[in-house]
Design a protein around this ligand. Structure first.
Ligand code: F6P
Length: 326
């Protein structure tokens, strides 16, 4: 096996709070172990276009508290082509990069997996996404901060919802997953979470209304996970207007505000631990794995597992929402 002397690092896909803490940890652990570090700008796009910086310890000073990613990020269509990946590999050879650390979500790790197998490149992934939808890890970097942002926003909505005695549908992100909606609902005392995972099994809106919703409450807030299958918050409000016109509903879509802000202590700690673990995994000869967190222990999850799109939600949490909202 070829000795690793130089590692490239990039962030890809949707940014998430804590990515900078991970970049810092990867850079410093690599330098601590005598490796050179190349910062790759704008994800796979920058790897194709040769946007490479030499990273020293001070390139990552004072970033642990910053949201976003100092390396910038992108969703590269070109990297989905064989020609794009060939050019990306040429950049790696030109800059003598022997290995990569990729910080990103499902799409980024899918690209990393293909790239690693085509060119036999050692790659380790770090789960960076607010969606928490990667398999084999209890949490992803940015998820906790996004939950706290949702909590901040919904607490404010509660004031106006209760003053006007209104029903609010609040749409949260999550791509096709309901983790943010479900745990966001518990953290804010919401009346329900409407999530894609059970959308084909039950009519969650009818269920909510038929189960005594708003009987003696003066406001109701329902978190709705964005998704085609739930129809999102707008879809719910449209249904209420048609099927339950006695309710006066309002919609708030939290959108990209959920991706910003200074990372929480938890996200910074997880990102720092995972960043260090990623470099040590490469030095130990690990390839094509994502660093995960299983019950507070760092684990290596093969890419093929991590990108499975059926990470299960804990259904018992739905019951918690229901019991606590009576
Ligand atoms: O994967 C992170 C995420 O924020 C999803 O929750 C959301 O569906 C998507 O990215 C939005 O992507 P974009 O920023 O490209 O609109």
């Amino acid at each position: 096996m070829k000795t690793i002397k130089c590692v490239g690092i990039l962030t890809s896909g949707g940014d998430s709070p804590g990515m900078n803490a991970a970049i810092r940890a990867v850079t410093r652990t690599a330098i601590f172990n005598g490796l050179k570090v190349k910062g790759i700008m704008r994800g796979f796009k920058g790897l194709i276009d040769d946007e490479i910086l030499d990273f020293k310890t001070n390139n990552v000073s004072n970033i642990i508290q910053q949201g976003g990613t100092i390396l910038k990020t992108a969703r590269s269509k070109e990297f989905e082509t064989k020609e794009g990946r060939r050019r990306a590999h040429e950049t790696m050879l030109r800059h003598k990069m022997d290995a990569l650390v990729i910080i990103g979500g499902d799409g980024s790790l899918t690209g990393a997996r293909i790239f690693a197998s085509e060119f036999d490149i050692p790659i380790v992934g770090i789960p960076g996404t607010i969606d928490n939808d990667l398999y084999g890890t209890d949490t992803t970097i940015g998820y906790d901060t996004a939950l706290n942002t949702i909590m901040w926003a919904v607490d404010r909505l509660r004031d106006t919802a209760s003053s006007h005695e209104r029903l609010f549908f609040v749409e949260v992100m999550g791509r096709n997953a309901g983790f943010l909606a479900l745990n966001g609902a518990i953290a804010t005392g919401c009346e329900a979470a409407i999530i894609p995972e059970i959308a084909t099994e039950v009519d969650q809106l009818a269920d909510l209304i038929e189960n005594g919703f708003r009987k003696d409450k003066n406001s109701s807030i329902v978190l709705v996970a964005e998704s085609e299958v739930t129809g999102g918050a707008m879809g719910m409000a449209a249904r209420v207007k048609k099927e339950y016109p006695q309710f006066d509903s309002r919609v708030t879509i939290l959108g990209h505000i959920q991706r910003g802000g200074s990372p929480t202590a938890y996200d910074r700690i997880v990102a720092s631990r995972m960043g260090r673990a990623a470099v040590e995994a490469l030095l130990d000869g690990q390839r094509n794995v994502m660093i995960g967190l299983d019950d507070e222990t760092l684990v290596h999850v093969p890419f093929s597992q991590a990108i499975r799109d059926d990470k299960p939600i804990d259904r018992d949490l739905l019951k918690t929402v229901r019991i606590l909202s009576i």
